[in-house]
Design a protein around this ligand. Sequence first.
Ligand code: IPM
Ligand code: MN
Length: 353
Amino acid sequence: MGPEIMAQAAKIVRWLKSNRDLNIDISEVEYGESYFRKEGKIISEGGLAQCDAADAILFGSIGGDYVTQVPPDEWGQTRLTALRKRFGLFANIRPVRPFPELYEASSLKREVIDGVDLIIVRELIGGVYFGKPRGIERTPQGCRAVDTQVYTSEEIRRVGRVAFELARSRRGKLCSVDKSNVMETGKLWREEIEHLGKTEYPDIELTHQLADNCAMQLVRRPGQFDVIVTDNLFGDILADCAAMITGSLGMLPSAALADIGENIGRPALYEPVHGSAPDIAGKNIANPLAMILSLSLALRYSIFSPRHAELVERAVRDVLARGVRTKDISKDGVDFVDTEQMGDEVLASLSGC
Ligand code: IPM
Ligand code: MN
């Protein structure tokens, strides 16, 4: 359902260009299943070059059964994780801030999620997603599959610094998450983050949690967190878990960055945390708000226009306050709108913001 939700974000960015002096050039690149069905690959060379040249890439969710048909070489070079690597996007920012209008949609109690405002900083181009050796050995006796979790000091420090900087711009608290009780990479992770805290960020209140405990704390008392920093795999899992604080995976945006602030580098990549949901694709029922909120992150971090980012966020909030809901965030039996209508409702709210 990537194209369906992207169409809604595209409406909004065009509207901002025409009506609110947003001064950016937009180009569109086809990626994923539709392109693959026509051309046998998931992105064209020209499309990749367009991405290379951009400041920010707004990326619709991808996935589905077709990926098994993509030739392994092609897949290896242009799959989402490969693009993250290509652009050096080591820091994935996943903010979790429930809208009070949606407290009812969360599976957690109102008093547990009230006022939660946390950010998960996930290391994005290292760890077990990329470690070598990797593969499945097939022998007559059976198979053996290997993945490798590996981190260097430098990989931990650079994502650590992004997390410390974010904490400094917020409430000054950082919780680093690892499995140092069982993993060597976890021991190094804790050592490096601890060292960074002592030497470069003594003003930040640094704590550590084991990943399993953090999963529990996220649903027990998420209000304790300001910024969380963790590795690629734990970050993937904990972000989905934390998404339920907002009521739906359809609400969570993310930014993949090669640094932050003035050093951000380019291109950065902005995408919803959720996947492509093949079960509801093509039905015009997906929630486009995570996609739209990803646009607002792009406006904030890459376009350096907090004014436009806030406009989008305010419009989303206004839509929710008016009771407009897609299926995933509506109560049973209550009317809901489709993907396109939700996009139009955000546009309507924007005009009034
Ligand atoms: C995410 C997704 C991706 C990941 C998949 C689609 C490769 O789950 O961005 O969280 O595991 O990183
Ligand atoms: Mn994920």
